[in-house]
Design a protein around this ligand. Structure first.
Ligand SMILES: Cc1ncc(COP(=O)(O)O)c(C=O)c1O
Length: 479
């Protein structure tokens, strides 16, 4: 049976210049598509018969054009596998910086904060869960759905978050989002709907999140952080601007690593209750606590005043873009509308897979295995930085070791500066973070290097720690 164009082969869109001859026009169009990169190296072309039928040309014309481009090196033809774009063809692109250029290349020793170990992704368990989830998924899994996300995942999360994080979560008050950042963006937009809202965020904190808040119509004011965590005692105090919400990382302040102490937690909740303001609780890595039981979420003590946000970015990987927000009842409707008008809802197949992974407890097992792995890494890092030959130079100190995937190394007041350490690190192929733009405003701030210990693979990690110790010592020697 001869197959028809709509049902077989590869599609190729070409616009032939009517002023050019048929064969020359086809050659020109193919050359242009290859040169601009629209047709990638090794891309298969349609069979000459199919392309001829589609373009209203004779098969001989298409064949002749293909032969010409094979002779010129643009195409290759292999017996049995048809015609394709040549493998080594270099297309001409303009080299201006695109959005992806902002994703900096991976350093040899990758100790940048904010990323988990990609090689720990539970591929086999994820595949099993996908198979099970799709095997039993109803037909409505493939169509538009509730903006809050799949009920299977919201139900699984309600149980999981209650059990592991002390969150009071009912499935109907949970919304699945594309990671933490979308939850924050939607909240900022909803808060700003009746005019600019003001959100206090931790200083230092995440510059990207401040920008997300601003781009969604809310203003940002700094809330200082000290060794007891965010200065929640300042909220509502004279001299502190009135705010509609505060975004905090109570389980593990980012980037200083402090846990918000119990008195500050109480102060925060009292302030929210009396002022009617919203607490945005960022629980981005609350699963990873090493030396004692994790601190429960603040949401469990004041569910009507807290929007609790979690994510799989640290437990499974940021690539999944899966997060959740547990909402106070009064914010449900506006958030549902904001999500609907943003992207209908989060992608369904990943949600069903995660729901299965949580329900069969493979997620618990994975988190536990990762906790052990990261605890070992943290211990190795501390051991190397506390004893010769890698012992930290005088005046350096380590903070935020109890939880999460990063530590903060404070630099002594007399130097070196963050920039000096970063300079040596770059020369040695070591990637680390620094406090830098994590402060709301430039100024005479304490200097600190943020070391993430999640990213390197297991075998590469010890060498990365040695390289870091070498960087710190070299920087001090060259001062
Ligand atoms: C402080 C903080 N919050 C949230 C996140 C997670 O964001 P998302 O879920 O959008 O990937 C990260 C990830 O690095 C983080 O460092």
């Amino acid at each position: 049976m001869s197959d028809s164009w709509p049902t077989s082969g590869v599609d190729l869109h070409l616009e032939l210049d009517p002023a050019t001859g048929r064969r020359a026009g086809l050659e020109q169009a193919l050359r242009a598509a290859i040169q601009t990169g629209r047709l990638a190296p090794q891309a298969r072309l349609p069979a000459s018969r199919k392309l001829a039928a589609e373009l209203g040309l004779s098969r001989g014309t298409v064949r002749a054009a293909y032969d010409q481009l094979i002779a010129e090196g643009y195409l290759t033809a292999r017996q049995g596998s048809g015609t394709a774009v040549a493998r080594l063809f270099q297309h001409h692109t303009d080299n201006s910086a695109g959005p992806h250029d902002r994703i900096s290349p991976r350093p040899r020793h990758d100790l940048r904060p904010g990323r988990p170990d990609a090689s720990a992704f539970p591929t086999a368990a994820w595949l099993r869960s996908t198979r099970r989830a799709l095997g039993s998924a109803a037909a409505d899994a493939y169509t538009y759905d509730d903006p809050r996300g799949r009920i299977e995942l919201r139900t699984a999360l309600a149980e999981y978050l209650g059990r592991t994080r002390g969150v009071l979560a009912r499935p109907d008050l949970i919304m699945i989002t594309n990671g933490y950042v979308q939850a924050l963006a939607l909240l900022s937009r909803v808060l700003s709907e009746t005019g600019t809202a003001t959100i206090a965020t931790e200083d230092p904190g995440v510059a990207f999140h401040r920008e997300v808040i601003r781009r969604n119509g809310s203003a940002v004011v700094p809330l200082a952080v000290d060794e007891r965590g965010a200065r929640t005692d300042l909220l509502g105090a004279s001299g502190f601007p009135p705010v509609d919400a505060v975004e905090v990382t109570p389980a593990h302040q980012y980037p200083t690593g402090q846990t918000l102490d119990s008195e500050r937690r109480r102060t925060l909740v009292c302030w929210a209750r009396s002022s009617g303001a919203l607490i945005i609780e960022n629980d981005y890595d609350g699963e990873f606590r090493y030396d004692r039981q994790p601190v429960g979420a603040i949401q469990g003590t004041a569910p009507d005043h807290v929007a609790y946000i979690g994510t799989v970015s640290k437990t499974l990987g940021p690539a999944l873009r899966l997060g959740w927000i547990v909402l106070p009842r009064h914010l449900l409707e506006p958030l549902v509308e904001a999500k609907r008008h943003n992207d209908h809802h989060t992608e369904t197949i990943g949600q069903l897979t995660l729901a299965d992974l949580i329900a069969c407890h493979a997620y618990d097992r994975h988190v536990r295995a990762c906790r052990l792995r990261y605890q070992r890494r943290r211990d190795l890092l501390l051991t190397r930085l506390q004893a010769p030959p890698g012992r930290l130079p005088p005046g350096f100190s380590v903070h935020g070791i109890a939880a999460g995937l990063h530590i903060l190394i404070s630099l002594p007041a007399g130097g070196p500066t963050e920039q000096q350490v970063l300079h040596t690190a770059a020369a040695d192929g070591v990637g680390v973070g620094h406090l830098g733009d994590r402060w709301h405003a430039p100024g005479d701030h304490p200097q600190g290097i943020i070391v993430g210990y999640g990213t390197p693979s297991e075998h590469a990690y010890p060498a990365a720690v040695d390289a870091l110790a070498h960087v710190l010592h070299t920087t001090c020697r060259t001062l």
